[in-house]
Design a protein around this ligand. Structure first.
Ligand code: C2E
Ligand code: MG
Ligand code: MG
Ligand code: MG
Length: 276
């Protein structure tokens, strides 16, 4: 009986794996089509300057709704794109749409909006060409490099380290700033912060959401803010949802804030209606 149970278990397990594989293949197929037809849209989430309470910039976040699959969240399609080599064409869509949009918005304002784009670790496999493509796209859309930010996670720094660091250095020398996304959730040692070309830490939203009304559980955000300050880095809080979290961050001199309290990521039209 035990053997039989074990056997059944294996069958169920294989079916699970097959189901997952098929789903991934289906998403990959639809994603290829969506990329070819540019059915993927950039949404913009405001980043707020804590001192002035004003809009400082936006983060570009991809949104994809497929005819067959419906809305597919980025956490799902980005990892599939990374596994299948589709991340680079996706990134190009994000870059071109966002740069051209920001450049239009900035031509209509006195205070320019900064643009942050997420880069995946996989893209640093050919760092030289990556840097050149970034420069070309910015130039094509007349977006000043000092208005552009690259967001990478700590895992990017663990991957292909020397090449990645070289690429980040040349981006930085060109005037672009580099932010560590989801900071505090990675496994890398802190020593890299002193030596790597980094401008900004983005405190992961799990730490911000832990901050209660009476400021319990605020030790980690506070520690990251102080760490950033002593290393002369900027610091952004992600996932600010409540007023008391905002108050805490302002009081403790976090530089910038982002989260549903201020705004969800918005389509171009909604962003124009609400923020311009
Ligand atoms: P991320 O770069 O850390 O982006 C922040 C995520 O947190 C976004 O999810 C955003 O909608 C969400 N968020 C912002 N404020 C709040 C809040 O107050 N509460 C909560 N619960 N969530 C908040 P989204 O858009 O689903 O993106 C998820 C992840 O997918 C991103 O995390 C990023 O890692 C990846 N991603 C999205 N677009 C791109 C892209 O163009 N390229 C790459 N490589 N990755 C992307
Ligand atoms: Mg990000
Ligand atoms: Mg993040
Ligand atoms: Mg994330």
């Amino acid at each position: 009986a035990a053997k039989k149970d074990g056997g059944n278990h294996v069958v169920v397990y294989n079916e699970e794996i097959n189901k997952e594989k098929n789903e991934k293949l289906r998403i990959e197929k639809r994603l290829r089509k969506a990329i070819a037809n540019e059915e993927i849209e950039v949404y913009y989430q405001p980043k707020i300057d804590a001192k002035s309470d004003q809009l400082r910039g936006v983060e570009a976040l991809l949104r994809w709704t497929d005819e067959e699959l419906g809305f597919v969240p980025p956490d799902k399609f980005i990892s599939i794109a990374e596994e299948t080599g589709l991340i680079h064409p996706l990134w190009k869509i994000a870059m071109k749409q966002a740069c051209s949009q920001i450049s239009i918005w900035n031509s209509q304002r006195n205070e320019p909006i900064r643009l942050a784009v997420n880069f995946s670790a996989k893209q640093f496999q050919d760092p030289c060409s990556l840097v050149n493509q970034v420069k070309d796209i910015l130039a094509e859309h007349q977006l000043a490099p000092n208005l552009f930010e690259v967001e990478i996670t700590e895992s990017t720094l663990l991957f292909k380290t020397t090449e990645t660091i070289k690429a980040l250095k040349s981006l930085q020398e060109y005037g672009i700033s580099v932010s560590i996304d989801d900071f505090g959730t990675g496994y890398s040692s802190l020593s890299y912060l002193k030596t790597l070309p980094i401008n900004c830490l983005k405190i992961d939203r799990s730490f911000i959401q832990d901050i209660t009304e009476d400021n319990r559980n605020a030790e980690i955000p506070l520690t990251i803010i102080n760490l950033a300050r002593s290393l002369h880095l900027d610091v952004v809080a992600e996932g600010v949802e409540e007023n008391h979290q905002k108050e805490f961050l302002v009081q403790n001199q976090c530089n910038y804030m982002q989260g549903f309290f201020f705004s969800k990521p918005l389509s171009k039209d909604d962003f124009e209606k609400n923020w311009l």
